[in-house]
Ligand binder design. Structure first.
Ligand SMILES: NC(=O)c1ccc[n+]([C@@H]2O[C@H](COP(=O)([O-])OP(=O)(O)OC[C@H]3O[C@@H](n4cnc5c(N)ncnc54)[C@H](O)[C@@H]3O)[C@@H](O)[C@H]2O)c1
Length: 261
């Protein structure tokens, strides 16, 4: 049952690949809450995933965009702006490390891959925000959320160079949050989500161990993708208008724990 928290709002959802994707759940939840959306993903992901079914079901146009290609993003943002008049919220749910994918250890990184990791997983948030800024595409009090992981603050050995990408992502949210806040009262936050079984999540070495450990240590247990979607709804809604430039842990209490007996 929805609460109509996003009635009349228009948004762009990056990163729905399949029904396990966090972005998939967010897309379903924001529409249930009354929003209209555009879905986007890399052209190659659109060919693989079941996103067309999602688009049909949610009555959402799908616009391909590789987040490392400026022209793709310019086209995406201008098309969404034209369609909606202005954009009220954006979910950035994009991450990929060729080093992690190819099993390169942290002490044997390929630097071309490292560039790619940072470009796709972090710099892309800047590209999206800068494109919106230049096209004046976001409405006053719009809300931008990017998904991140606690490996930005602490060491998780299997997370590889994604840790650096997430640290940069969180920093971009703070820095752009200032500029866009001054210009249009736009808020920019990152949500640091519990480990979640998805295509990106399962690619991390030792994932099963740390998902179980996190679940045991968190007093409320790990947060699911559906719960993450619900939290994102609140951040896109008008009920959180003064929350900006924050890294918000959505992890059942895990990030505040030391040890438990
Ligand atoms: N799964 C977890 O345990 C977990 C925990 C915390 C944060 N996150 C973050 O949540 C976000 C979503 O990941 P997920 O777990 O839902 O996995 P996912 O694999 O379903 O989503 C990742 C998405 O990134 C997209 N992507 C990759 N390269 C792209 C490119 N060049 N251009 C456009 N899109 C591209 C993929 O197509 C995919 O849709 C990521 O930022 C991830 O780091 C995941």
């Amino acid at each position: 049952m929805g609460y109509n928290l996003l009635k009349g709002k228009k948004g762009i959802i990056f990163g729905a690949l399949d029904e396990r994707s966090i972005a998939w759940k967010v897309a379903e939840k924001v529409v249930e809450e009354g929003a209209e959306i555009v879905l986007t993903n890399a052209p190659v992901a659109l060919r693989m995933g079941g996103i067309k079914e999602l688009g049909d079901r949610l009555n959402a146009e799908i616009i391909p965009a590789d987040v490392t290609v400026m022209e793709d993003l310019e086209n995406l943002i201008s098309t969404a702006k034209q369609k909606f008049g202005g954009i009220d919220f954006i979910l950035h749910s994009v991450g990929m490390s060729p080093n992690v994918r190819k099993g390169r250890s942290y002490t044997d990184l390929n630097y071309d891959f490292f560039h790619k990791t940072v470009d796709i997983s972090a710099m892309s948030l800047h590209r999206v925000l800068q494109t919106c800024y230049k096209q004046d595409a976001l409405n006053d009090w719009a809300s931008v959320v990017a998904l991140t992981y606690i490996a930005a603050q602490r060491t998780y050995t299997g997370y590889g160079d994604m840790a650096e990408a997430k640290a940069m992502l969180e920093s971009i949210a703070r820095s752009f949050g200032h500029h866009y806040g001054m210009k249009k009262k736009v808020r920019v936050n990152t949500v640091s989500q519990s480990p979640t079984v998805t295509t990106a999540g399962s690619g991390v070495a030792g994932f099963d161990d740390f998902i179980n450990n996190a679940d045991k240590l968190s007093p409320l247990g790990n947060a699911t993708a559906e719960e993450c979607a619900e939290y994102c709804v609140t951040l896109f809604s008008d009920l959180t208008r003064k929350v900006t430039m924050q890294n918000l842990f959505h992890d059942g209490g895990y990030s505040s724990m030391g040890a438990a007996d």
